[in-house]
Ligand binder design. Sequence first.
Ligand SMILES: Nc1nc2c(ncn2[C@@H]2O[C@H](COP(=O)(O)OP(=O)(O)OP(=O)(O)O)[C@@H](O)[C@H]2O)c(=O)[nH]1
Ligand SMILES: [Mg+2]
Length: 166
Amino acid sequence: MKTIEVDGIKVRIQIWDTAGQERYQTITKQYYRRAQGIFLVYDISSERSYQHIMKWVSDVDEYAPEGVQKILIGNKADEEQKRQVGREQGRQLAKEYGMDFYETSACTNLNIKESFTRLTELVLQAHRKELDGLRTRASNELALAELEEEEGKPEGPASSSKTCWC
Ligand SMILES: Nc1nc2c(ncn2[C@@H]2O[C@H](COP(=O)(O)OP(=O)(O)OP(=O)(O)O)[C@@H](O)[C@H]2O)c(=O)[nH]1
Ligand SMILES: [Mg+2]
């Protein structure tokens, strides 16, 4: 659990770190079910880890809830001399999948706070949109119900007898 502040709102986030290794895959998939935001992380000094991102994306598509927010991360940005994946390659892949992209370093702290704040922001945004959608739908339905009642109502004071909705 960690608390971060986004747009002046304190948000408590729960972070799950899944294992990348194949033998933990069955457990890893269980993590997806309740996820609202996901970092897809590769290592800029490993072309192989970059190639694996597609597999992770398809797993997320299959097991994570619809509307989950995703960000692509190229980690170990401090390892410039060992770099195998260009920044542009990362940016390109993120663009293909419609994700934001950051290069980070857990060693120098580069973009760690920024990427967590951004993912939280995206999750909040998605949540608000969903709520607004529900609210609009509910008020539309209410308006429709009122209209129908109005139309179906016989004239006279007898019609006001049923006012309780419970
Ligand atoms: N130079 C550098 N090394 C890092 C960075 N982040 C992690 N490492 C190192 O990379 C190695 C692997 O890190 P882990 O955190 O175990 O990687 P992981 O992806 O969680 O691995 P699994 O849990 O096995 O899937 C460790 O030796 C870390 O110290 C970074 O930003 N820069
Ligand atoms: Mg790990």
